[in-house]
Ligand binder design. Structure first.
Ligand code: PMP
Length: 393
């Protein structure tokens, strides 16, 4: 069979292959990026599903508008005030997770060969979604305050065909880093100067364990050039597949056209269930509960890393979200360490695949949301031993 040319760029993701390897329940896994299932509000969801079906069953099971369920969009618009965005339901499109918003961003903005600027490293799922549109990725160096703005400016001046800047400014996947406010403002200045759209992907911002939540990049946007992607996946339940795209005017209209062609609209029932949950229960209380658990798990992981990892391993200290990011001495390959650590029944994701153009194989990502505190302690101790041996080699 002859497949479309774009399929050449798509292959099985390394993470999926790893996740298959670690189905063995004896393995302590820091590999996935999943929310802790024991925190899902199952009982409350039974209640709200029943209410939605009993009170409004015919509507909940019918086709509905492409933009999404209005009361839910209104609630999301209100919640966006927390990150400094004053908006209304008119600027919000409900999508099937924020992953769909990433795919649509490619469809709306990219022609073959166009350049996407992204953080180095960046979210693998976004890299894969955008790859379908056959762009070139140019990675911009990133440190503890976010993307390096001098380098970004240099690339913007030097390269042609740049079509979008993709960023994850809060508790980035994979690095766990959060951008400073100065860099957020500078990004907007540069995007304005070079007339580019910015895709701000923010699934983790609401999971802040300490300190103040910074204003979103979108909050500094006065020209309607930031498309903000949000989701209920990490603060609620990913299986419901409900996220949102917040944009202005013509740009959002394009996303709505694309949504219509892709799947007409997001699942009516789950949109109404989330909306009902927010009416009957408190999603903020639910988020607080999740954060309490993740904060403790983060603390245990960071303490254990301090105690058991060789001192030459560098790592980030995340103030929220689900991940920390480790860097081994130059020349080491985290894939080799991974093979050894699987023998010791502990898993993580080697970092190489988070770099769209490859390289930096001496990095890896650790997730702390899925494992109990005991297992985190035990797993990091085991990994520490593997690292000691590998570093001595
Ligand atoms: N963006 C980032 C940075 C992510 O980490 C994820 C999930 N791992 C997504 C988007 C997609 O999330 P969802 O489609 O479940 O909203």
């Amino acid at each position: 069979m002859k497949f479309a040319k774009r399929m050449e760029a798509l292959k099985a993701s390394e993470i999926r292959e790893i996740l298959k390897l670690i189905e063995n329940p004896e393995i302590i896994s820091f590999a996935g990026g999943l929310p802790a299932p024991e925190l899902f509000p199952v009982k409350e969801m039974v209640d709200v599903s029943k209410r939605v079906l009993e009170e409004d069953g015919e509507k909940a099971l019918q086709y509905s508008s492409t933009e999404g369920y209005l009361p839910l969009r209104e609630k999301i618009a209100k919640r966006m005030e927390e990150v400094g965005v004053k908006t209304t339901a008119d600027n919000i499109l409900i999508t099937s997770g924020s992953q769909q918003g990433l795919d649509f961003s490619g469809k709306v903005f990219l022609n073959e060969g166009d350049v996407v600027l992204c953080e180095s490293p960046s979210y693998l799922g976004a890299i894969n979604a955008l790859k379908s549109y056959s762009p070139q990725f140019v990675e911009i160096d990133t440190d503890h305050e976010g993307m390096n703005m001098e380098e970004l400016e240099k690339v913007l001046k030097e390269r042609d065909n740049i079509k979008m800047i993709y960023v994850i400014p809060d508790f980035q996947n994979p690095s766990g880093r959060t951008w400073s406010i100065e860099r957020r403002k500078r990004l907007i200045e540069l995007a304005n100067e070079f007339d580019l759209p910015v895709i701000e992907d923010n699934p983790y911002g609401e999971l802040r364990f300490e300190g103040e939540r910074p204003p979103s990049v979108k909050s500094f946007d006065t020209q309607g050039r930031v498309i903000y992607l949000g989701t209920f996946s990490k603060i609620f339940c990913p299986g419901l597949r409900v996220g949102w795209t917040l944009g202005d005017g013509e740009a959002l209209q394009k996303y709505i056209f694309v949504k219509q062609g892709a799947d007409l609209h997001t699942n009516t029932l789950t949109q109404r269930e989330i909306n009902k949950f927010m009416e009957v229960y408190s999603i903020d209380e639910h988020i607080e509960k999740i954060k309490d658990v993740y904060r403790k798990r983060r603390d245990v992981m960071m303490e254990a890393i301090k105690e058991y990892f060789p001192k030459v391993v560098k790592y980030t200290y995340p103030e929220g979200g689900l991940f920390t990011w480790c860097e081994l001495p130059e020349g080491m390959d985290a894939k080799e360490v991974f093979k050894k650590s699987i023998e010791e029944k502990v898993a993580f994701v080697p970092g190489g695949s988070f770099y769209p153009n490859g390289g930096k194989d001496n990095t890896f990502r650790l997730n702390y949301s899925m494992m109990s505190e005991d297992k985190i302690q035990e797993g990091i101790q085991r990994l520490g031993k593997v690292l000691e041996l590998e570093i001595q080699k």
